[in-house]
Ligand binder design. Structure first.
Ligand SMILES: Cc1ncc(COP(=O)(O)O)c(C=O)c1O
Length: 377
């Protein structure tokens, strides 16, 4: 599914030098390496501020808290994402409200969000948290219109979307604040758990910096209850090395996605969608979007059998995500049930992610498509 060693082999000299430098300086927490990465990252995303922290999950919490979201406030998000998209809202003390997804992009559907805003709990909503799922931005034209009309904060879950764009603006610079993850399987990856908040607001950035260090502006003088969620020097140094290559790696992913499209089409398997019949519905890059293909996710209605068949041929695949968030045990208290979000529930039954990463070879993609053709044929 993903061979991280291929990237490491290319970079190992540079990475060892970067890690060695941190050992020389003995600056393990924040420090110059993290500050440098934050500056370089903000410049690359064309956003004013970047604030490193301990994980993408913490980045979501920090972004919400720094934007002033807390108890008594509603935040609308998607039921079809990683768990943290909802749990971070709850950890910020706010109320999570869900709305269904668009079956073509799998992203939060702005029309469904509008229905929530106009519904009985709409008046409590202070923010929307769209997720740029699989590396494609949520429909930011619609979300920024909703944000303005309803005076809402927009928090981007950009964990899967380093380098993605909406109408030329990079993920991370679209909303009030954004959260990134550098978990080792992400497009831009660290050597452990790391995350980052980005924002164009001086005030939100300053608050995020304070909250990541126990609410301190001045050492041992606490203005608020924050938490310890700092980025460490090793990770900052490693990420600065990889930042130089990420645009090229994302371009290689785009090439690989185009190759899958061509191979599935040539095999006669591609269907128009949004729902599969006998073949596969391929993922689409929508107008205005620059997709970075964190995942290449197709739909098929024989998903579980196909996955077993691929595994028996030693081909990796993954399901992101098999259970929509409103049906996860600890989130039952949100008050939704089976049938609440039919598109998310259907997607959870049909999606299958295939191997995609910068170093994936063309012959490997041919093998994947040939195996799927054999199964579905
Ligand atoms: C959409 C999404 N949100 C949030 C996260 C949380 O990031 P982390 O694993 O770095 O805490 C992830 C990644 O795991 C993710 O994919």
């Amino acid at each position: 599914m993903l061979d991280l060693k291929r990237q490491y082999r290319e970079l190992h000299r540079e990475l060892l030098d970067a890690v060695g430098h941190i050992l020389e300086t003995q600056r393990f927490i924040l420090g110059e390496a993290v500050a440098t990465f934050e500056r370089e990252a903000a410049a690359q995303l064309r956003v004013a501020h970047a604030v490193g922290c301990s994980s993408g999950t913490d980045a979501l919490w920090l972004a919400l808290a720094a934007a002033g979201i807390g108890p008594g406030m509603g935040v609308v998000t998607t039921p079809f994402s990683f768990f943290a998209s909802v749990s971070a809202i709850l950890r910020a003390g706010a109320t999570a409200l869900l709305a269904d997804i668009d079956p073509t992009t799998f992203n939060l559907d702005p029309a469904a969000v509008e229905t929530v805003l106009n519904g009985p709990r709409g008046a409590s909503v202070r923010a929307v948290l769209p997720v740029h799922l699989y590396g494609q931005c949520a429909d930011w034209t619609a979300f920024s219109r909703l944000g303005k009309e309803h005076d809402l904060k927009l928090i981007e879950d950009a964990a899967q979307a380093w380098g993605a764009e909406w109408n030329g603006v990079r993920a991370g610079a679209l909303g009030t604040a954004a959260a990134f993850s550098f978990y080792p399987t992400k497009n831009l990856s660290a050597a452990g758990d790391v995350g980052m908040v980005t924002t164009n607001s001086d005030e939100v950035a300053e608050r995020a910096r304070m909250l990541r260090q126990h609410g301190m502006r001045r050492r041992y003088y606490h203005d608020e209850i924050g938490w310890n969620t700092r980025m460490d020097g090793f990770q900052g140094a490693i990420l600065s090395v990889k930042l130089k290559y990420i645009d090229g790696w994302n371009q290689a992913r785009r090439t690989a996605a185009g190759r899958y499209d061509a191979l599935f089409t040539a095999a006669g398997l591609a269907e128009a969608g949004p729902y599969p019949v006998h073949g596969v519905v391929l993922p689409r890059e929508v107008a205005g979007s620059h997709h970075v293909w964190h995942q290449y996710v197709l739909r098929t209605n024989r998903r579980d059998e196909l996955r077993e068949f691929l595994a028996s041929s030693k081909i990796g695949s993954e399901i992101y995500y098999p259970v929509p968030l409103h049906l996860q045990k600890p989130l039952k208290s949100l008050g939704y049930s089976e049938g609440s979000f039919p598109e998310a529930e259907r997607a959870a039954r049909e999606v299958l992610a295939l191997p995609i990463y910068a170093e994936l070879r063309e012959d490997e993609q041919q093998t994947v498509v040939a195996a799927i053709a054999e199964f579905l044929g």
